[in-house]
Design a protein around this ligand. Structure first.
Ligand code: ASP
Ligand code: MG
Length: 420
């Protein structure tokens, strides 16, 4: 069997949804399960709804109304018959959000966020399933929350692989014999049936979960780029498509910040030796990138750029050494403030990191660190990672840049730099 994943950009309007249905019909070679993200920028819009609701600004309904109208417009462009049941189904999904918004917010933000934002995937999957069915495909819509079981870390839920695998294996193979399954990325459910989300851009990971549990032959992530490139075209003029990539290189690239695939996606696929094809929904005939078992290293150096980096240098106040005790305290503070470390380095008397400038939670982290350590901070930096670096590639990225920190191992070089 195969798994296809379609992201927000692939279902951003009526024409795009028609294209996705066309790809499902024409590029499926086998039994197929389709994982879809929320349409266009819906997740961002719904997180604004959640924010306005929790802050009680009085504007949550207005923001929701926009999301609703936008979806209704797309529906009207897909279905000529205004009495098609899909219109009511989508309206009902939004009514459920309205019920939440009518009450005073009692629960924690992260929990409320997941209950509201998950609606994006619910409506996109219902619309895609209804349209594909309408165009003649035998399709069944399933609720991912019945299958992807998680703990209750809202907004960053951890998957219970054992329970998830058991449910998926019990129900889905039989349905796949007769139907193409359409389900949601990004969402799961706790054992008490509360909706959770798996972290932003988590739909790739959902697709990998289904593929792994169903022992899929392969999985295809359909994107608006031709495949995995050796750099983001946003930062680089001449990018090259990488046609084949090992799991290890793919894990390393995504870990260091290549945004083409969600970092959690690759490992479950590597464990089961399931090939991952990254390919363009704009040019579906082109074969894109295959990530699979290969001894081949990356054919060319790859570059990953992260802007808005903060360099934090932490030293014990009494200039004692940085040892296990301080390190575990420091790591705990990063973890509890949900801050991911992009680069780290320690010496006898200092521990330094580069992290994304995410605003508020950094301020809280710094306050907590300063209680025990001497902390210095430098903002506005860039972190450049080069996989399979050489001196020429380093020189190329260092034009008009000053190095703040440099880390190298055999394959990867990380440069934290400042513009000069
Ligand atoms: N819709 C979610 C997001 O935008 C999940 C995804 O797109 O993968 O983060
Ligand atoms: Mg997305």
């Amino acid at each position: 069997m195969q798994v296809f994943k379609f992201g927000g950009a692939s279902v951003k309007d009526a024409e795009s949804i028609k294209n996705v249905a066309h790809i499902m019909a024409n590029y499926k070679k086998d039994e197929l399960l389709v994982v879809v993200s929320a349409m266009g920028k819906t997740t961002d819009r719904l997180s604004e709804v959640a924010q306005h609701y929790v802050e009680q600004t009085g504007q949550a309904f207005t923001y929701l109304e926009e999301v609703k109208a936008w979806h209704q417009d797309i529906l009207a462009n897909l279905f000529d018959d205004a009495t098609d049941p899909i219109f009511d189904e989508i309206a009902n999904c939004f009514v459920e959000v309205e019920w939440v918004l009518e009450e005073e917010p009692q629960d924690a933000f992260d929990y409320l966020y997941d209950q509201i934002v998950s609606t994006g995937e619910m409506v996109s999957s219902k619309i895609l399933a209804a349209y594909a069915k309408h165009s003649g495909m035998p399709v069944k819509w399933i609720d991912a929350r019945d299958y992807v079981l998680t703990d209750n870390t809202y907004r960053e839920a951890v998957v219970d692989w054992e329970k998830t695998e058991e449910k998926i294996r019990r129900d889905l193979p039989a349905i796949l014999d007769d139907f193409v399954l359409v389900t949601q990325g990004f969402i799961g459910s706790t054992s008490e049936n509360f909706t959770t989300t798996l972290g932003r851009e988590g739909s790739d990971y959902s697709a990998a979960i289904f593929a792994s549990c169903l022992n899929a032959e392969d999985i295809t992530i359909w994107k608006d780029v031709p495949g995995v490139l050796n750099a983001d075209p946003k930062w680089f003029d001449h990018t090259e498509l990488i046609s084949e990539l090992s799991y290890t290189d793919a894990i390393e690239l995504t870990y260091y910040g290549a945004t083409v695939i969600h970092p959690k996606t690759i490992k479950p696929l590597q464990n089961k030796k399931i090939a991952l094809n990254v390919r363009s929904f704009l040019n579906p005939a082109a074969s894109g990138t295959f990530i699979r078992s290969t001894n081949q290293g990356l054919p060319i150096p790859s570059f990953i750029f992260k802007v808005n980096q903060v360099f934090v240098n932490i030293q014990p106040r009494d200039f004692s050494f940085i040892v296990e005790d301080n390190l575990s305290h420091i790591f705990n503070l990063f973890h509890s403030n949900r801050i991911k470390i992009n680069m780290m380095h320690n010496s006898a008397i200092s521990f330094c990191v580069a992290i994304d400038d995410t605003g508020k939670n950094i301020d809280t982290l710094l306050e907590e660190l300063e209680k025990r350590y001497k902390v210095s901070v430098e903002k506005g930096l860039e972190l450049i990672t080069i996989r399979y670096f050489n001196q020429e590639t380093i020189d190329r990225v260092l034009v008009n840049k000053q190095i703040i920190r440099e880390l190298k191992d055999s394959y990867t070089c990380q440069l934290l730099v400042k513009k000069i």
